[in-house]
Design a protein around this ligand. Structure first.
Ligand code: UFG
Length: 325
């Protein structure tokens, strides 16, 4: 494979995927509206500025670059916002994906690696959660991701689309060389918020819920390093290019960290206390979300290599220190 179109390539996970693609000799062509993405992290291939919902522009970009596959990261990502503004989420995550698949079909591009989410499981009954667990998303965000997965399967059956839906657990960390990292506006995720509080850039971290049925009363999540996610996307592409089966894959480590354990790691790494405000539970948060990563390991040959929590937090801290606003 020589050229891959990367929608959302100027975003957090998309930019790391571009770096991984380039390291495997593939040219990533970033297609990004730059509404949430950042021009500065498009370093490994050309940038085309546009919206995935713009069929004409997308078709022109496909004609210009002739990609053999698409990695589709572009979309809205905030679960809480999706509850307040579902129309925006169905437009950006679902309708734009319909357009993208139409344009791909007309251009003869029949391979897609899609950014899905553990949000498709909702609050799982059994842990760790495997891909055949019930799909019961609890937010418009999660439902929009699940609908795209279903659409991919239908396109596979009818048009021969080869697809992989990668269900991320909690993406974290930053590129070890400091070339890209997390830069959301607004930032809502735990590790960057805790770093902001440790740095004194926000007065305190709201800790959402201390009465969950877990060892220390706080939620438990499966934190997977973004560089591992990026390599797993390349592995998924290779899997599809080799003619192996399309499907959904969990991308996680199989290990959970509680919110309090994350905060303790942030304090160790930064050497500063994280001032806390004990807030109530955040609506929609499942108590525990940990992946069964076996399918990705067995079928994609891909697993998380970054398992040391302090090293993960250190990579995020080192990026944050240099890019804090
Ligand atoms: N948390 C806090 N304070 C904060 C931010 C988060 O206590 O300021 C807690 C949350 O309540 C949760 C944990 O930290 O218990 C992790 O929260 P994040 O917002 O960092 O991540 P989520 O687990 O909510 O979200 C992730 C992905 C989403 C995906 C979701 C699926 O980022 O894309 O998992 O449940 F939809």
């Amino acid at each position: 494979m020589t050229v891959v179109l990367v929608t959302g390539g100027a975003g957090y996970i998309g930019s790391h995927a571009c770096k991984a693609l380039a390291s495997h000799g593939v040219t990533p062509v970033t297609y990004d509206s730059l509404i949430h993405g950042h021009r500065e992290v498009v370093k490994w291939g050309p940038l085309e500025v546009g919206d995935v919902g713009d069929a004409d522009l997308l078709a022109a970009v496909m004609r210009r670059w002739k990609p053999e596959a698409v990695m589709h990261f572009a979309g809205l990502i905030a679960v809480g916002e999706s509850v307040r503004e579902p129309a925006a989420y169905y437009r950006a995550n679902l309708a734009a994906s319909v357009t993208l698949l139409d344009v791909m079909r007309h251009a003869g591009v029949n391979t897609m690696v899609f950014s899905s989410s553990a949000a498709v499981y909702g609050a799982p009954e059994r842990l760790p959660v495997a891909e055949d667990a019930p799909l019961a998303p609890t937010s418009p965000y999660g439902r929009s991701k699940l609908m795209v997965e279903q659409m991919l399967a239908d396109h596979g059956a009818a048009y021969g689309l080869k697809w992989a839906a990668l269900r991320y657990f909690n993406a974290c960390g930053a590129d070890s060389a400091g070339e890209t990292g997390e830069n959301h506006e607004p930032e809502t995720h735990l590790i960057p918020r805790a770093l902001m509080a440790a740095a004194g850039d926000i007065p305190y971290l709201d800790l959402f819920g201390t009465d969950y049925p877990t060892d220390d009363g706080t939620c438990v999540r499966d934190y997977v390093h973004v560089a591992d996610l990026a390599e797993m996307h390349v592995a998924a592409l290779a899997h599809l290019a080799a003619g192996r089966a399309s499907g959904a894959f969990n991308l996680g480590t199989g290990h959970g960290w509680s919110n309090r354990q994350i905060i303790a790691a942030v304090e160790r790494v930064t050497g500063a206390p994280v001032p806390l405000r004990l807030a109530g539970r955040r609506p929609g948060d499942p108590p525990v979300l940990v992946a069964d990563p076996n399918r990705a390991e067995a079928e994609l040959g891909a697993s998380a290599r970054h398992t040391d929590l302090d090293a993960i937090v250190e990579s995020a801290w080192s990026w944050y220190r240099r890019h804090r606003r």
